[in-house]
Design a protein around this ligand. Structure first.
Ligand code: DGJ
Length: 543
């Protein structure tokens, strides 16, 4: 005999939802991926609905067809729904104007076969500030495709953003790539494209070539003055006069942003996928002088300038390789702006970074993508893990195992501003969140049973949790290595919290499916999460 499932209070809500929209089975939505904004929050629409990118970026030299067999097992092991892979200009355009799309086609076809979406990274004029990926025929013609000159007039390992021929060549190649995607990818396996990689310059603050110098001594464009909120004493003032000691850095940011913006616009005119540029960050709390970080890229201090100079870019995105909690949090605050969606296209793959996925969720991220995810044997330690194997991937895999099946619901809730999240901070064994009328306490390092007074914190700060608000008193709750508890607050503070119903469930076809009720020891001390992916629907009351 089949047993009856206890009826869930959430069932009614879903039934009502079904009655309200008796939609016929929808044909597969193949609309363009795009960014949308609501009340200062952003969503990335893929197949017509908010999409949370559970990403993984391969190592720099791993997007070659012969290497892909060492890539896919790692992408599977981490449970990614999206892979980020470079497109190498030197491979794409072996002779001027002759394009070879065979590698790109392989990446798209294999991504489809492996059931993941693809983000392509255009390794063009700049890759970590250098022109190492430009085609050989450009490298061999430095007079036509010049490098920048440093303050002593010496050429350095960065292309001049004032090199017209280089810019035109990059625009042509990037436009050809986007045109090709438009023609060959009607299912939108490719959902976003990164323009250049950590553009900017190491080893000089700006270009000192005669062409650059001439512009530096010319009036600052009005949109730059407006973007950086300056009020120069006179019209027509040049960079030094307007920006003083920041002039060199701002000038280079403007030159690089304008260049990358032109490349982006050329591609977008062919095929309007969301485009973004990634930044090698400066320290967000104690930045140090220009030159101690890459100059010219979209660092936090020049975001408005980049926005003004490169409007074809949808997102300016931080590459996170600093594991101090306060810095990571600050980076997320700085890049989540009314005019910019938070998106983390790279983050180090060392275990300590896995918890920041939750922090990013709480800051409304469109996606998260640990770097160096493949089994080619390369490890970028000390930035990332010493060895990239299943054990190293495990903490990241847990995140995606948990959220993958509910990805669409979570992305929608985030877009609605309903997702709150925490990640453990070393030395801070308890954290709290205000969620609707409730106060949520998260504590770390306590056993599942018994009072959680004086929590010690986990031996390593690996705890993390999210609480998404479904209704005033209804929540979706999940986490790892922590205890989550709710307390009354505000006008209800005199009352006691009651767990009316705590359902554990799984997701099938994106829908929550009841598994069991948590009660007794499982709720008496709060909601305890271990290293097992578990998701709860919690209904609260008071007495
Ligand atoms: C950031 C760059 O964007 C990546 O391509 C890579 O070089 C990492 N740094 C370091 O492994």
């Amino acid at each position: 005999m089949r047993t009856h499932r206890p009826r869930s209070p959430f069932v009614l809500v879903s039934l009502l939802g079904l009655l309200a929209c008796p939609a016929p089975a929808r044909a597969a939505d193949t609309s363009m991926p795009r960014l949308v904004q609501k009340d200062g929050r952003y969503a990335l629409l893929v197949d017509g609905a908010p999409y949370l990118m559970l990403g993984a970026q391969v190592n720099n030299s791993s997007a070659w067809p012969a290497v892909l067999p060492q890539v896919w097992p790692a992408i599977k092991a981490i449970h990614a729904n999206t892979v980020e892979m470079p497109v190498y200009w030197e491979q794409l355009e072996p002779r001027p104007g002759a394009f070879d799309f065979s590698v790109v086609d392989t990446l798209v076809a294999q991504s489809r076969k492996n059931d993941v979406r693809l983000v392509l990274l255009w390794f063009g004029t700049w890759k970590n500030g250098s022109p190492n990926y430009v085609p050989l025929w450009m490298k061999q013609d430095p007079a036509r495709y010049p490098r920048m000159l440093d303050v002593h007039g010496r050429p350095i390992a960065s292309a001049s953003p004032f090199a017209k021929e280089t810019l035109e060549a990059d625009k042509r190649a990037f436009a050809a790539l986007m045109r090709h995607l438009k023609k060959t990818d009607p299912r939108h396996t490719v959902i976003m494209v990164q323009v250049e990689n950590e553009s900017g310059t190491w080893g000089a603050i700006r270009d000192y070539s005669p062409a650059a110098q001439k512009v530096f001594e010319s009036p600052v464009p009005a949109e730059v003055i407006a973007a950086m909120n300056r009020k120069p004493a006179r019209a027509g003032a040049a960079w030094k006069e307007v920006f003083g000691k920041e002039a060199d850095e701002y000038f280079h940011a403007w030159a690089v942003a304008r260049y990358v913006g032109e490349v982006a616009a050329a591609g977008k005119a062919e095929y309007a996928l969301p485009l973004y540029a990634n930044a090698a960050l400066r320290d967000p709390i104690a930045p140090g002088p220009p030159g101690s970080y890459e100059s010219g890229g979209p660092t936090d201090n020049v975001l408005p300038l980049w926005k003004a100079a490169a409007p074809a870019l949808d997102i300016l995105a931080p590459d996170i390789y600093m594991d101090e909690y306060a810095k990571v949090e600050r980076v997320m605050e700085l890049y989540r702006r009314p005019d910019n969606a938070l998106f983390v296209p790279e983050i180090a793959n060392a275990a300590a970074y896995a918890r920041f996925f939750f922090l990013a969720l709480g800051h409304g991220t469109l996606g998260f993508s640990p770097f160096g995810i493949d089994y080619t044997g390369f490890a970028n330690f000390p930035l990332g893990a010493k060895k990239l194997n299943e054990e190293a991937l495990a903490p990241f895999a847990l995140n995606y195992q948990l959220t993958g099946p509910m990805m669409r619901e979570l992305a929608q809730l985030a877009f609605d501003g309903k997702v709150h999240a925490v990640a453990e901070k070393k030395g801070a064994p308890s954290q709290s969140l205000d969620v609707g009328p409730w106060k949520v306490h998260v504590i770390y390092g306590v056993p599942q049973f018994g009072f959680g007074n004086n929590p010690p914190g986990n031996p390593e700060p690996v705890g993390r949790a999210f609480v998404a608000q479904l209704g005033d008193n209804d929540f979706l709750v999940a986490g790892f290595h922590c205890r989550v508890d709710f307390q009354t607050s505000g006008p209800a503070a005199a009352k006691q919290r009651q767990y009316v119903r705590v359902e554990e469930g799984t997701y099938e076809n994106g829908k929550f499916k009841f598994v069991r009720l948590w009660n007794g020891d499982q709720t008496d001390w709060g909601l305890n999460f271990t290293s097992v992916p578990q998701v709860l629907r919690v209904a609260l009351g008071t007495y």
